[in-house]
Design a protein around this ligand. Structure first.
Ligand SMILES: Cc1cc2nc3c(=O)[nH]c(=O)nc-3n(C[C@H](O)[C@H](O)[C@H](O)COP(=O)(O)OP(=O)(O)OC[C@H]3O[C@@H](n4cnc5c(N)ncnc54)[C@H](O)[C@@H]3O)c2cc1C
Ligand SMILES: NC(=O)c1ccc[n+]([C@@H]2O[C@H](COP(=O)([O-])OP(=O)(O)OC[C@H]3O[C@@H](n4cnc5c(N)ncnc54)[C@H](OP(=O)(O)O)[C@@H]3O)[C@@H](O)[C@H]2O)c1
Length: 459
């Protein structure tokens, strides 16, 4: 039998998900000394995962990482199968017929829940929905957010909470030259939100946001940051965390918060309140949310292992709009194991496992492997680790019977799947850029699936 990974029989890998993890895995495969073909599948016609649909529109510079992914995609050994949902348009078993190995990098597409009464009342949303809406993700274009409310609350103090609250706090002038969708920009232009509360269950030392993101809140054109100095008085365990030489993150965050607390609000139109030691315990209202009930917390546990414990003391605040930004969560793919508690596909060094058993030929990388944490760059070593396992296994992989990617794409098309190639995507990319330039934006995204497909493939 011809050896896999040779010129006579290149290794065929299907990568499921074209976000950072998928592209870094492809890069690692291309850099190896093996002959390989990589076909990346994405359920959207557009590549790049959260770099396109998650990273905030006012953080354009971060999106320049796309240049690296474009170079990878230009390689002759690469094919893009856009608009193909694995688990729906094609099963994992079918993929096995065409690929020697399958590497899942399908991210974390839904969100964790708070599990409190009233969570699903109108006016209470997930950050995922809002982020997807302003970034033009086709799944979220019909969502409506009542921006006529004066008080908006964001639960959670990670960087996604920073993004969501900053977009609510910015003026149209601060957003109009970004790639935010025109629809979102128009809705935000009419926003009557005046008070934004960003609420953490633990204290300022445990906040997950990073120093540049919190610093940015101090430079908003028409929004004053507000921090109660009393919340910055530290208990001994928090002081111990702060004084740990490695914890520069918390020291920098605290310095920014102290500077905010020392400010006298300058009378800007909006106010941005950072509040600590509070957990939501109920969302109340008749037809829609009218108020949020919070329980005061104290911290319990050793330094760096402190968790929030409710004190039993509650307080209610009037609020008509709320975003739950408490973390993303993976979605299972039919036919593959899934660890419900963590929302991930279980694995060891990137090899998919079921109980103690390694499932041959199946690999994972990125958020679906390790959970929804880490910046774009975190996915690179993660994907490289997985590819190292895959390449180490090459001798034991079962060669797939079909080895023609173009024929496979044609077969899917014949079944009615409107497969988008990378060349198709580049045409859409050019159209978006052109539309954006006309209005002073880097791009104006297409946000409806049908519109994208009709533009590319005809109605
Ligand atoms: C709102 C937000 C903002 C962020 N901002 C930043 C930032 O500013 N800087 C930074 O460094 N990091 C940022 N991050 C983190 C960064 O985006 C992630 O670390 C990274 O995107 C995770 O990569 P991934 O490839 O695992 O998943 P993703 O980027 O989510 O990619 C997964 C891909 O899989 C596809 N997919 C899912 N299911 C299927 C299926 N069944 N079949 C086919 N395709 C499928 C999806 O369409 C998607 O394209 C942000 C994250 C979020 C949520
Ligand atoms: N600019 C950027 O670089 C950027 C932008 C966006 C996202 N990202 C990255 O993407 C990853 C995901 O970000 P994220 O903000 O979704 O996640 P995250 O950093 O894990 O933050 C989640 C937040 O939700 C809180 N939380 C969780 N469960 C809760 C509950 N039941 N009740 C109240 N609060 C709860 C957490 O508090 P505890 O700490 O108490 O658990 C934390 O404050 C992170 O690694 C982030 O850095 C980066």
């Amino acid at each position: 039998m011809t050896e896999l990974g040779t010129a006579a029989r290149p290794l065929r890998v299907a990568v499921v998900g074209s976000g950072p993890a998928g592209f870094y895995a492809t890069e690692a495969l291309f850099k190896s000394d093996r002959a390989v073909v990589v076909d990346i599948f994405d359920r959207l016609p557009t590549p790049y995962g959260l770099v396109r649909a998650g990273v905030a529109p006012d953080h354009q510079k971060l999106k320049s990482v796309i240049r690296i992914y474009e170079r990878i995609a230009e390689d002759q050994r690469f094919h893009f199968f856009g608009n193909v949902t694995v688990g729906r348009d094609v099963t994992v078993d079918e993929l096995r017929e065409h690929y020697d190995a399958i590497l899942l990098s399908c991210g974390a597409e839904t969100d964790r829940r708070l599990g409190i009464p009233g969570e699903d009342l109108a006016g209470s949303h997930t950050a995922t929905e809002f982020v997807g809406w302003y970034n033009g993700h086709p799944d979220y274009q019909d969502r409506e957010f009542d921006l006529s409310q004066e008080v908006a609350v964001v639960i959670g103090q990670g960087n996604v909470a920073m993004d969501v609250s900053r977009i609510l706090a910015k003026t149209v002038d601060e957003l109009k030259e970004t790639d935010i969708t025109q629809r979102a920009l128009d809705a935000l232009a009419a926003s009557r939100v005046r008070e934004i509360h960003v609420i953490g269950r633990r204290g300022p030392v445990q906040a997950k946001f990073t120093p540049p993101e919190i610093k940015e809140i101090g430079h908003l054109a028409d929004c004053d940051p507000v921090v109660d100095v009393a919340a910055l008085e530290l208990a001994p365990a928090c002081r111990a965390e702060l004084e740990d030489p490695k914890n520069t993150h918390a020291r920098k965050n605290l310095a920014v918060l102290e500077e905010f607390a020392s400010r006298t609000p300058s009378g800007k139109r909006r106010r941005y309140h950072l509040r600590f030691f509070l957990s939501p315990v109920g969302i109340e209202g008749d037809a829609r949310m009218e108020r949020l009930v919070l329980e005061k917390n104290r911290l319990s546990g050793e330094p760096f292992h402190q968790s929030a414990r409710g004190t039993g003391e509650t307080t209610a605040m009037e609020a008509g709009l709320l975003f739950r930004s408490v973390g993303y969560r993976g979605v299972p793919i039919p036919g593959l194991p899934f660890e419900e508690r963590k929302g991930i596909i279980p694995s060891r060094e990137g090899r998919v496992t079921e109980g103690e058993t390694i499932l041959p030929g199946l690999y994972v990388a990125g958020w679906i492997k390790r959970g929804p944490s880490g910046v774009i760059g975190t996915n690179k070593p993660d994907s490289y680790e997985t590819v190292a396992s895959l390449l180490a296994d090459i001798g034991g992989l079962a060669p797939c019977p079909h080895t023609d990617s173009a024929a496979f794409a044609e077969r899917l098309r014949a079944q009615g799947v409107r497969v988008v190639s990378f060349q198709d995507w580049k045409r859409l990319d050019a159209l978006e850029t052109e539309r954006g330039q006309a209005v002073g934006k880097p791009r104006e995204k297409f946000t409806r699936l049908e519109e994208m497909l009709d533009r590319l493939l005809g109605a």
